[in-house]
Design a protein. Structure first.
Ligand code: ADP
Length: 777
């Protein structure tokens, strides 16, 4: 039989890049497909999708389809995977892979991006390893000619990890896991309300056969009483352990009990622990009115959260870059994320490390299993234990090391302020410190009575703080006032309440406040105490970190708002929504929001807006709507930072577009305003709040017993905690203030996300404009 026609490879380094989604579906897979398709096309490559995972590769023909730019329109906000996924038995066997290889050559495909779990990625690497042999076999069997296979001697494989379980080692987050966590937290929040009303216990089963990430994070985020995960089973006598903690919490006045159980939970002998066993225990031993809830497939997610949209987009872009960089001697990479940094790691190693965790669990080497997960896992586990199981005698510090720690919120409210404070209070109590709430910021502290500073100051109790795990805003009150308004009274209050350390949560003002206190130490010895700032602001404009608590909540609010506008504009046809975002002079929200919603243009305060840029964008909209390959119903979004221009506000931009569109299309403006602060904080803001809270307390603790002058001499005694690249770290205020703070614009000098702006433009198809943007104002 004569071999079928196969196209020759593209010229130079250009590739035909195919993407498939495989294994369990996960939210964000569509974002990855969109990014890979569009970035491939933007890089001059041809783009293909394979329908139904490896099944499509084995079947070939129409199951492998070339994609055009517009084919992936609207993908970002869709849940699941629109190109389908399937478990494919035949791909597990060599004959199946032989057929797949033939089909790929027939389409001229020389690079494959796979978005799936460790099984899918193992299959991909097997295909790559066997590839030269498969080519030989196809020629031998006369399925393809030697000439046909000659240009395809090497196959490029790149992995993207799509899985709700977050079970892949080497990456902090898999595409989909945070959306799943959103669904779980929403469900637990709802269950908590009824649990509280009836004083009930709920035993909640969440997904995760081999991996406890979802269960652990949901427990941290919702402040559950107990959590059962496969990596670290409870002690031998787990029944007593659960009963002790639950009854202790009840004795302290808690009206509800939540136990979260991962699907694969077991005891230390690997005997499964079922939700019904825990339910029975709570009923029979503690006499609680207990109910079981299995969350089931709602956890698969639906529409992706902001983080998954961002992650899948950035990783998709990186995957295409990795394909273009590939050489036969570079091992296949998997695209990972470590804290805030997208990185490439060897795919096989990542798969092996993941399999090692499963093996460690099977061998009852639980410490090893925890170690094998990403760096955060142990930290979250410890944070959960320390913030829920009070009275751990081994944690209590000797009297001389115990501190009175003032806790204050400064600035506008942001998601995560309360959960960070809850973690701080629980940590303080577990260690023997006294947590002292400084209510209503510096104005609250400096209230006077009979000319004496009175101070809204109160010791915080575990029970009230415990209810803050999922609460938005700031329960102890926050405002923008600074200590400079009354240094005297501030210092007097610090002394009056014998504060040994200060724990601040807040935005730029919190940062500014600590800066002022640090500088004023020379005049006020009361300020010579250790202080930390946990950045918390929707604007994400605090220097010293790439991420502030509350910014993820705000992004999620923004995508919900924008998705709603988009649906409306899509229904009314040929419509553009111009949405204003908060952020002051920092356009993080507009830019990353733009990435997450696929905005056709993002106007930033850093770059400003000029008439040429506007004209250019309106021109591009005119062309888009004129072509009308379905664009009329696309629904377009433009995001404008609130300080991008005094002249061209969102409202005016919409008016200008309308004037120029001459009824061929239409623009509307919308301002979400304080809606962006959200109600309940997002799961990411909650878990990171706990992590930052515990870390900050540990940092403050390290100064216990030191003299005031020794403290003042140590630059780390005033520090901001943050995520910088691949690290969570404290940076001395003095350094951040001088090296990375634009005081006038109230934002960091180095805004890492500015580098991502071109990606927003590329993926939304915004035509390049020589003089548009690029400069910081
Ligand atoms: P996940 O990717 O989510 O771990 P699976 O383990 O079910 O999901 O794998 C998805 C698909 O990947 C399988 O149906 C099969 O086609 C392919 N696959 C999995 N493991 C292998 C393997 N060891 N060799 C070849 N193909 C595999």
């Amino acid at each position: 039989m004569a071999p079928t026609e196969a196209p020759p490879p593209l010229e130079g380094k250009k590739r035909r890049i195919a993407i498939l989604t495989s294994g369990g579906d996960a939210p964000g897979m569509n974002g990855a497909v969109r990014a890979v398709v569009r970035q491939s096309i933007a890089s001059g490559c041809e783009s293909y999708v394979v329908y139904e995972g490896y099944e499509g590769l084995v079947q070939g023909g129409d199951m492998i389809k070339e994609m055009q730019w517009d084919d992936v329109r609207g993908y970002l906000s869709e849940g699941g995977t629109l190109i389908g996924t399937a478990r494919c038995l035949s791909f597990r066997e060599r004959p199946g892979r032989l057929q797949a290889a033939k089909n790929m050559v027939l389409k001229g495909i020389d690079a494959l991006v796979i978005c799936g779990g460790d099984g899918s990625l193992t299959g991909a690497d097997t295909l790559r390893a066997e590839w030269p042999g498969l080519m030989d076999e196809l020629v031998q069997k006369n399925e393809l000619s030697a000439d046909q296979v000659k240009p395809f001697r090497h196959l490029n494989i790149v992995g993207l990890v799509g899985s709700i379980d977050n079970d892949m080692s080497s990456t902090d987050a898999t595409i989909g896991c945070y959306t799943s966590l959103h669904r779980i937290c929403e469900a637990v929040d709802a269950i908590e309300a009824t649990a509280y009303s009836h004083q009930r216990a709920f035993v909640i089963k969440v997904m995760g056969r081999h991996c406890g990430w979802l269960a652990l994070m949901a427990s941290v985020a919702t402040g559950a009483d107990f959590c059962l995960i496969p990596e670290m089973p409870p002690k031998e006598d787990w029944k007593t352990e659960i009963c002790d903690i639950v009854s202790k919490h009840r004795k302290m006045g808690k009206r509800k009990t939540i136990v979260i159980v991962a699907e694969g939970a077991h005891d230390c002998h690997l005997e499964p622990i079922s939700v019904s066993a825990v339910d029975k225990l709570l009923k029979e031993k503690l006499g609680l009115d207990s109910k079981v809830t299995e969350l089931g497939h709602v956890q698969r997610g639906g529409s992706a959260c902001a983080y998954d949209r961002m992650l899948s987009t950035l990783q998709g872009v990186e995957a295409v870059q990795a394909v273009l960089d590939a050489t036969p001697d570079i091992p296949s990479p998997v695209i990972a994320i470590v804290e805030n940094k997208i990185v490439r790691k060897p795919l096989l190693e990542a798969v092996k490390l993941t399999q090692d965790v499963t093996k460690a669990i099977e061998a009852k080497k639980f410490e090893e299993a925890v170690e094998g997960r990403d760096a955060e896992f142990r930290e979250y586990m410890n944070a959960f234990n320390i913030t829920t199981s009070l009275e751990q005698p081994d944690l209590i510090l000797p009297t001389e090391k115990r501190m009175r720690i003032g806790i204050m919120h400064v600035g506008a409210p942001a998601g995560g302020m309360n959960p960070a404070t809850r973690a701080a209070v629980a940590y303080c109590l577990a260690r023997g410190h006294t947590p002292i709430g400084l209510y209503n910021g510096f104005t609250g502290l400096c209230r006077h009575h009979d000319d004496k500073p009175l101070g809204s100051v109160r010791e915080l109790k575990w029970l009230e703080a415990d209810s803050w795990a999922s609460l938005g805003g700031s329960d102890i009150g926050t405002n923008r006032h600074l200590p400079s308004e009354d240094y005297e009274a501030t210092a007097a209050c610090f002394e009056k309440y014998k504060l040994d350390a200060l724990f601040f949560v807040g935005g730029f003002e919190a940062f500014h406040a600590v800066s002022q206190l640090r500088v004023a130490r020379k005049d006020y010895p009361a300020f010579k105490i250790p202080m930390t700032v946990i950045p918390a602001t929707v604007s994400n404009n605090v220097p010293g970190t790439e991420y502030s608590l509350g910014s993820d909540t705000a992004l999620n609010q923004l995508i919900n708002f924008s998705d709603t506008c988009r649906q409306s504009s899509s229904s009314s046809r040929r419509c553009v929504f111009v949405i204003e975002t908060q952020g002051g002079h920092c356009s993080y929200m507009a830019t990353i929001g733009g990435l997450a919603v696929g905005a056709v243009a993002v106007y930033t305060a850093e770059e400003g807006i000029d008439i040429k840029t506007l004209a250019h964008d309106i021109d591009s909209l005119r062309k888009t709507f004129a072509e009308d390959r379905g664009q009329a119903r696309a629904g377009k979004t433009i995001l404008v930072n609130e300080k991008a221009s005094e002249i061209y506000t969102a409202e005016r931009i919409a008016k200008i577009i309308n004037a120029e569109a001459k009824d061929r299309f239409e623009a509307k403006s919308a301002i979400p305003g304080h809606f962006l602060q959200g109600t309940a904080p997002s799961p990411m803001d909650r878990v990171r709040a706990v992590r930052f809270g515990v870390r900050s307390l540990q940092h403050l603790e390290s100064f216990a017993g030191k003299s005031k002058d020794d403290i003042a001499a140590d630059p780390m005694s005033t520090a901001v905690i943050g995520i910088i690249g691949a690290k969570v770290q404290f940076t001395p205020m003095e350094k951040v203030e001088t090296e990375d703070t634009d005081w006038k614009k109230r934002r960091p000098i180095n805004e890492f996300w500015m580098a991502l702006k071109p990606i927003v433009d590329t993926l939304s198809g915004r035509p390049p404009m020589e003089s548009a943007g690029g400069k910081k104002s």
